[in-house]
Design a protein around this ligand. Structure first.
Ligand SMILES: Cc1cc2nc3c(=O)[nH]c(=O)nc-3n(C[C@H](O)[C@H](O)[C@H](O)COP(=O)(O)OP(=O)(O)OC[C@H]3O[C@@H](n4cnc5c(N)ncnc54)[C@H](O)[C@@H]3O)c2cc1C
Length: 429
């Protein structure tokens, strides 16, 4: 079998790369092929929060998140395919019990406004007006991103892959790579469980399994994984409570000059009967260290910590890992002291998943030194959805030998020497 590019891994990043690369290549000569050993979205992507926000201290990442947000928000209008994009707004919160959270918010807002990301600083009174029922200290502050929200993670991966197929890409599920075929330092193909593929470019997008995958071929990438735990609690959905939290949507959706963005803002592509605006915004709580986002379609709310102790960092995923009841208790406590409306809600489910981290908080995107034609895209921690469109565009340019316009390839070069850091994920915030 022949492929122009083999993409190993069918998560959001792999399918986004396929989508962008397939548009540029002639599928009749040789297609872009996604090889996924399980199901599309079967790795981190399927269990992801799918939160889209642009609030980062790192301006390179913030710019990519800004550009990716634009792609998500216009996706349905441009392609006729929904990815469940909901513009709930994102509130990034800081408070006096964690002075660093206040500093991060001020710094990020200053940086954002320089690169055209609409972020407004709110004081405690404005926060309370934005999220009725929230408990914040009088000296709390927040960065308010009216453009933020989330996508339906599973749907998004499926639709990216489906759109890639309309440009001639091929998805092969249940197929694993057994060997990379390298001649004179150059990739010429791969052996897989369904036979040999001849190709001159391979992109490894195996998420949390990137390190273990490449180690089999003697290639080391400086990536470890964080064991992350998500908690799902009931949504306070009784009509009165929900109604009391309905926001006047016009008050927080800023004027958009771009007609495409305007059209996207009018569209609602979720799969439940609630109109946009009838849920509280995504809250990223830098003071208490967790985030929360509603999932109306499933009548539940997702809660998770945003940084990890060293004891939660490993060299690779453990398929037998069990949820940690202590962490779940902690996350629920943080949620209820911030949003007491959840106090009576039951815990519905706890799940463990994994995401890959680098020590300096920057993903690895680009060619693997010493192997012509071998590329990686990974180490996105909990940014993979926010960045996938930009990564897909840039990687497709790289594969086509064009200058990369969607990010600085040097910044993410896999061969760089990482700065000192502690693997806790703090560098990603
Ligand atoms: C709990 C959690 C919450 C998150 N929340 C957010 C969020 O709110 N917003 C956000 O932007 N990001 C979030 N993220 C991060 C985001 O989900 C990931 O960065 C993103 O999904 C990574 O996508 P990927 O395609 O790189 O990897 P994955 O989705 O992990 O895909 C890798 C794929 O490779 C396959 N694979 C592995 N080995 C092989 C092999 N040998 N052969 C073939 N296939 C193989 C796997 O089966 C898997 O499907 C979250 C992550 C987690 C875990």
């Amino acid at each position: 079998m022949k492929a122009k590019v083999l993409i190993i891994g069918g998560g959001v990043v792999g399918t986004s790369i396929a989508l962008h690369a397939a548009r540029q290549l002639d599928a009749l000569k040789a297609p872009v092929v996604i090889l996924e050993r399980g199901q599309l979205g079967g790795g981190s992507s399927g269990g992801s929060g799918g939160i889209l926000r642009q609030h980062y201290g790192d301006s390179v990442v913030a710019s990519m998140a800004r550009d990716s947000m634009r792609e998500y928000s216009t996706f349905e209008g441009r392609t006729g395919r929904g990815v469940g994009f909901r513009r709930t707004g994102v509130l990034t919160l800081g408070g006096p019990s964690n002075p660093d959270s206040l500093r991060k918010i001020h710094e990020a807002i200053e940086g954002h406004n320089k690169i055209g990301i609409e972020t407004v600083l709110l004081d405690a009174e404005q926060i309370r007006a934005r999220v009725p029922g929230i408990e914040v200290h009088d000296d709390a502050i927040a960065a308010w991103e009216s453009q933020g929200g989330y996508v339906d993670a599973e749907l998004c991966v499926r639709e990216f892959a489906a759109l890639a197929r309309t440009s001639g890409a091929v998805t092969r599920l249940g197929v694993a790579i057994t060997d990379l075929i390298v001649e004179d330092g150059r990739i010429v193909g791969a052996e897989t469980t369904e036979g040999r593929y001849d190709c001159d470019q391979i992109v490894v997008v195996t998420g949390a399994w990137m390190r273990s995958f490449l180690e089999r071929f003697g290639i080391h990438v400086p990536v470890r994984v964080a064991r992350v735990q998500q908690l799902f609690v009931g949504l306070p959905s009784d009509e009165e409570e929900v109604d009391s939290r309905v926001h006047d949507r016009d008050s927080y959706v800023v004027d958009l000059e771009d007609p495409l963005e305007q059209a996207a803002d009018m569209l609602y592509s979720g799969d439940d009967e609630h109109a946009p605006g009838s849920e509280h915004p995504v809250i990223v709580d830098l003071e208490y260290g967790f985030y929360v986002r509603c999932e109306f379609a499933r009548r539940r709310t997702r809660v998770a910590p945003i940084a990890y102790d060293q004891e939660h960092i490993f060299d690779g995923p453990d398929p037998d890992a069990k949820p940690d009841p202590e962490l779940a208790r902690w996350a629920r406590e943080q949620l209820c002291r911030r949003l007491p409306m959840y106090a009576d809600q039951p815990v519905l489910e706890q799940i463990v998943s994994w995401f890959p981290l680098t020590q300096d908080g920057r993903a690895l995107i680009g060619p693997v030194p010493g192997y012509e034609g071998l590329y990686v895209a990974g180490g996105f921690a909990d940014h993979g959805f926010k960045l996938a469109p930009s990564v897909g565009e840039g990687m497709a340019q790289m594969l086509g030998g064009e200058p990369v316009s969607s990010f600085d390839p040097e910044y993410f070069a896999p061969g760089r020497v990482p700065s000192e850091g502690d693997w806790s994920g703090d560098a990603y915030l």
